[in-house]
Write a protein that binds this ligand. Structure first.
Ligand code: KIV
Length: 272
């Protein structure tokens, strides 16, 4: 189905609901630094997620758990300086919101004040309901995240598809409804069966953004470094690689080393 795209000067949480109502799919990608965010924003991507996947992609940690609130604020403020149009959503990192609602609010306020981000994202359902409500009460837009929630990886034990069993699917639906009722403006659904994700998207009025959740949802998100093919160890079925930057970059670096060693670089026109 082709849907007429409305040109937004700036994407807001309201624009995302309008897109869902019009049947226009929402595009979302991650960015953690100024240069990448400038390119992603300039390409017209609707939402930029300063994901805690920075812990893996930027810092080389095995999980998203080690990244700190200060580090997320650093990444988010770099992204914000690059943005003209996209809505910038910033992950609250592990440990900054799970213990109690007051701490959750303090962390969300720090993100908004110190980075200039437009909204925050939190992982989980009814366990974090009071924190979500308190953050929303302060006027901070909240995006939920259900299904595979990487901050709970040690509870799950694996990164396999979530909510395949009836009981877990039922809990996911309840959690999604709870997040909508609490006032979240959107929910990320990660690595769940496409049929379940579509059911959730059809039953809620807020946009559902999928990653490994099929095509029946309201938008898609990928980790930019993965879709550009800069990372090559991570190969889930849902990942479409739009470039093979790992190979292109390796070739460029090798060529540079060759040119330096052979004294081909710099040449006459590359010096003063
Ligand atoms: O941190 C992240 O990049 C995310 C996406 C995978 C949705 O949460």
């Amino acid at each position: 189905m082709s849907v007429a795209k409305k040109e937004y000067k700036r994407i807001t949480v309201k624009s995302l609901t309008e897109m869902k109502n019009r049947g226009e799919k929402i595009s979302m990608l991650t960015a953690y630094d100024y240069t990448m965010a400038k390119i992603v924003d300039g390409a017209g991507i609707d939402v930029i997620l300063v994901g805690d996947s920075a812990s893996n992609v930027m810092a080389g940690h095995e999980t998203t758990l080690p990244i700190t609130l200060d580090q997320m604020i650093y990444h988010a403020s770099s992204v914000i300086r690059a943005i003209d149009r996209a809505l910038v959503v910033v992950d609250l990192p592990f440990g900054s919101y799970q213990s109690d609602p007051k701490e959750a609010l303090r962390s969300a306020i720090r993100i908004m004040k110190e980075s200039g981000g437009h909204a925050i994202k939190v992982e989980g359902g009814k366990e974090i309901k009071e924190s979500v409500k308190r953050i929303l009460h302060a006027g901070i837009p909240v995006m939920g995240h259900l299904g595979l929630t990487p901050q709970s990886i040690y509870k799950f034990g694996t990164y396999t598809v979530r909510a395949k069993e009836e009981a877990e699917a039922a809990k996911l639906k309840e959690d999604a409804l709870m997040l909508e009722k609490a006032g979240c403006f959107a929910i990320v659904l990660e690595k769940v069966p496409a049929k379940l994700a579509q059911e959730v998207a059809e039953s809620l009025t807020i946009p559902i953004i999928g990653i490994g959740a099929g095509g029946g949802v309201d938008g898609q998100v990928l980790v930019t470094h993965d879709m550009l093919g800069m990372t090559h160890e991570f190969n889930p079925r849902f990942l479409r690689r739009y470039l093979d930057m790992y190979t292109s970059m390796t070739d460029a670096f090798k060529q540079y080393a060759t040119d330096v060693k052979s004294q081909d670089f710099p040449n006459e026109s590359e010096q003063y």
